[in-house]
Design a protein around this ligand. Structure first.
Ligand code: FAD
Length: 478
């Protein structure tokens, strides 16, 4: 059977990366086909960012109400247990609404992108088959995303929760054991604890959020413990057992060489991701992978000529905004004689616990490991008026700069840290110096003032430095 239709670019997967790639390709005037297995939107819209952030927003409201204000706590009748179970219906509603409001479908139509639904398999590196029909293209972008990687743990066969099945719950679990303290594990641990679940969070390494600044992630560990979450760091799950009342989790304490048994009504697996590659016939196209990630180079090229991979499926940085940036770079590389790279040093992320932990660039540990000359400016939210007025002043900002005051990294543990970081993202991209942030007038009282305060320390240090300090001292009216 010959090709059904020839395209300039075929994109496989209609999530964060695939949708952006399809719109970009269509807007460049390329004949574009988007092939989606299930429904447009992907993990972020349906089972990731949107439902999780909706749950978090309710959980934070519950927490604030229970913690109390005006000297009264737990006084809002709406927050009884029965009503809290309604959170799952609410999450579904918001998720549907967010998807309907998305402008992407309109843009796909506007730019003439063809869409087909089905599971494609490569015939060779220039053609795929979907439901018995062949489609060919000069170039392809793989954007199939990832799924929860379920570790090989004795007894972990079925009945456990993942970020996919979590949203089918109808009641807040009385107790929840979570395997893995990465962003998903940490966010869900706090959200469910705030909704009333007894949460046990297991992590094999010595700390939560292992890619973040250690000083800040360990502060966050303290906050989570204070809220009553049982943190089991340095604990490896040896086996689990499902019984009618829930789960037994057998964990080995790696530090003290002791075994522990924890029981929970529900078990959530959040210990990593694996690329969606099943049934794609990547071998027929010559696309290399290790079963977990599709191999790509710095230009997002796979091992097959004319095929790129963007988003979670290449396993680099598994966030929606990075999937989008990679998608645009992959389209540029596919359609033009360009070699676009993604600047991952400028790639931020945020874990949406409360306080949030936002990350940009190098951590302090990375600067030390690389032997970089650096200075760290710390500023607590405890002295930020806006944070105080909101009774939400936990955490601090850490700005890390080079000897020449250029930004190397910024890490913020604090209220709405993800929003505050956006200013620094632009500053780092434009390679501005720390004092440019300090000299920019920040609105009072906003949380972003904390950045200006941090830079004040740089100015205060200036007078101590030679030869400028000596000059300032000389010029000062006495
Ligand atoms: C609980 C949770 C919370 C998260 N929160 C955040 C957050 O707050 N911020 C953030 O930036 N990121 C967050 N993420 C990560 C984010 O969801 C992903 O990084 C993002 O969705 C990746 O986009 P993608 O396009 O690579 O994959 P996806 O969005 O998953 O899209 C892949 C698409 O490909 C389709 N597909 C799969 N296989 C095939 C096939 N064989 N043929 C055709 N189509 C196929 C899928 O159906 C899907 O539509 C979260 C993830 C989870 C699980």
């Amino acid at each position: 059977m010959g090709p059904y239709k020839r395209y300039d670019l075929i994109i496989i997967g209609g999530g964060s990366a695939g949708l952006v790639a399809a719109v970009a390709s269509g807007s460049f005037g390329a004949r574009t086909l988007l092939v989606e297995k299930a429904r447009l939107g992907g993990e972020c819209s349906w089972t990731g960012c949107v439902p999780s952030k909706t749950l978090i927003s309710v959980a934070n409201l519950v927490h604030k109400t229970e913690r109390g204000f005006l000297g009264r706590s737990g006084t809002v009748d709406a927050l009884n247990k029965e009503n809290l179970d309604a959170v799952f219906g609410y999450v579904k509603g918001i998720t549907e609404k967010a998807s309907k409001r998305s402008k992407v479908k309109g843009l796909l139509e506007k730019y003439g992108v063809d869409i087909i639904y089905g599971s494609p398999a490569f015939l060779d590196r220039k053609s795929i088959q979907v439901d018995g029909k062949d489609y060919s293209a000069k170039r392809f972008i793989l954007a199939t995303g990832s799924s929860p990687a379920v570790p090989a743990i004795d007894g972990l066969e079925e009945g456990y929760l993942t970020n996919v099945s979590l949203w089918e719950l109808e009641k807040v679990p009385p107790s929840l054991a979570i395997i893995g303290a990465g962003p998903i594990g940490a966010e869900m641990a706090q959200a469910f604890a705030r909704m009333g679940s007894r949460v046990s969070l297991f992590e094999k390494s010595g700390g939560i959020l292992s890619k973040d600044d250690r000083e800040l992630s360990s502060m966050l560990e303290g906050f989570l413990s204070d809220e009553g979450i049982d943190l089991y760091l340095d604990h490896e799950i040896k086996r689990v057992r499902k019984y009618p009342g829930g789960w037994e989790v057998h964990a080995g304490d790696l530090k003290h060489n002791k075994d522990k048994l924890i029981k929970a009504s529900h078990l959530l697996v959040a210990s990593g991701r694996a690329a969606n590659i099943l049934g794609l016939g990547l071998e027929a196209a010559g696309v290399g992978h290790d079963g977990k990630n599709i191999f790509t180079d710095e230009f997002l090229r796979t091992t097959a000529k004319g095929i790129w991979a963007a988003g979670d499926c290449n396993g680099k940085y598994q966030f929606s905004h990075i999937a989008e940036v990679e998608a645009k770079a992959a389209v540029r590389n596919a359609l033009f004689p360009l070699r676009s790279k993604v600047d991952y040093q400028g790639a931020p992320w945020t874990t949406f616990t409360e306080p949030e932990l936002a990350h940009l660039g190098l951590t302090e540990e990375e600067c030390i490991q690389r032997g970089l000359k650096h200075r760290v400016y710390r500023q607590s939210f405890g002295s930020d008026d806006r944070a105080l007025t909101e009774d939400n002043a936990q955490g601090m900002v850490k700005i890390i700069v080079s000897g020449g005051a250029r930004l190397l990294g910024c890490h913020i543990l604090g209220p709405r840290a993800g929003e505050i970081l956006n200013e620094i993202i632009l500053a780092k991209r434009k390679n501005v110096r720390l004092y440019d942030i300090g000299l920019s007038i920040h609105v009072y009282p906003t949380l972003g003032m904390v950045l200006q305060r941090a830079t004040d320390q740089w100015f205060a240090e200036l007078v101590k430095r030679r030869p400028l300090g000596a000059l300032i001292n000389m010029l000062r009216k006495k």
